[in-house]
Ligand binder design. Sequence first.
Ligand SMILES: Cc1cc2nc3c(=O)[nH]c(=O)nc-3n(C[C@H](O)[C@H](O)[C@H](O)COP(=O)(O)OP(=O)(O)OC[C@H]3O[C@@H](n4cnc5c(N)ncnc54)[C@H](O)[C@@H]3O)c2cc1C
Length: 395
Amino acid sequence: MSADVHRTALVRSIEGFVHDVVSPIAPAMARGAGPSPKRIVEAAGEAGLAGLLTPIAYGGAGGSHRDFIEFIEAVARVDASSSVILDVHLSVGTEPLIVFGNDDQKSRYLPRLASGAWLAAFALTEPQGGSDAAALQVRATHDGGAYVLTGSKAFITSGGDADLYVVIARTGHGARGVTAFLVEASSPGVSSGPPLEKMGLRGSWTAELVLDGVRVPDENRLGDEGHGFTVAMSALDSGRVGISAQAVGIAQGAIDATLQHWRRRGGVPDDVDLSTLADMEARTAAARQLTRHAAALVDAGARVTLDASIAKLYSTDTCVAVAQAGVDLCAPESSADDHPAAVRFRDAKACQIYEGTNQIQRVVIARHLLRDRPAHRGIGSIGEGRRLPGGGRST
Ligand SMILES: Cc1cc2nc3c(=O)[nH]c(=O)nc-3n(C[C@H](O)[C@H](O)[C@H](O)COP(=O)(O)OP(=O)(O)OC[C@H]3O[C@@H](n4cnc5c(N)ncnc54)[C@H](O)[C@@H]3O)c2cc1C
């Protein structure tokens, strides 16, 4: 199949999936009453999209990150809960396996994840918090031919429903004493808390993951011992591009909600300041370009840490601002819990928090400026070797 034909087929699959699967469930998802995350990923599998980034050799669609961000944006425009489930499954849940897995691991897991038979999740955050990797406390102790994992992870998307978790755990000291593991949910000692009742994204499950002496065989260590920080950072670099796309979709959905609101009311109220609507569209378009730029860097195999942080920061701040403006323009009806503008506003906020809070993105960006650009050295008190707080990690 030529690249053009492949892309046209993919675009059709995305449009069909959004129309046939996502749109009908969006109102229920917004109330937290929709299908489980696993059902969403199964449906994506039937549409050939649950393995969008997975190589064709392992049952995936062999798509690019450009394809991936278009998929996530299109879903988020209609339902942000479905988009975060799919984003985590495709990105931080599956990509570490694609990038760091050996042939045996890829053969065992990728076909199941790509077909939608299995749901993937990513477990880095812990209840004690810590945007700093050095603070991780879940311990993995080597014992015979296995590692024994003990501790708990917090705020895990699809926690309790996922079949496979990429778990980052401590095997030594400091950032170098961290290792990644593939943990099957059916392993003895794995359990989850109930899904949190969240302000937004109510159709996506967010739960605690408890690891109580879970034996993970050596063959399920992902990458070398001590390389977990590299696995996590690589997953997050690309994951942040997905969150950026999700934010663009939510912002576009807020604009749609505003226009539909006016259509239902028979036109734009006389006293509305249309420059607000124009700013919503302009900011969303700018966020989309930053997201595309970052995705292109990932596809080119270039280093994306800085550009992913810039895209994530700008797009998620934009989606909160645009969604808030949508609520203002649709007031007072938008104060109702189920008004589409209200749903967008509630969903938008979490984008500024997960895959690294926006404060952490600012730390990442500022550190790059101080470290990588000689022209900035020695300006006033911003001297060489000055350290900013925070490890710059975080999910
Ligand atoms: C809906 C939802 C889904 C999530 N899904 C997942 C998931 O699937 N997997 C997963 O592992 N995690 C997930 N998370 C967790 C999320 O990624 C973290 O909560 C987030 O990255 C913040 O990390 P923390 O909780 O460790 O907070 P902390 O690191 O304790 O930070 C607390 C506060 O301090 C600020 N802060 C910390 N360090 C600095 C610094 N150096 N400079 C400035 N400010 C700083 C932070 O910005 C934040 O405001 C999810 C969270 C939510 C809300």
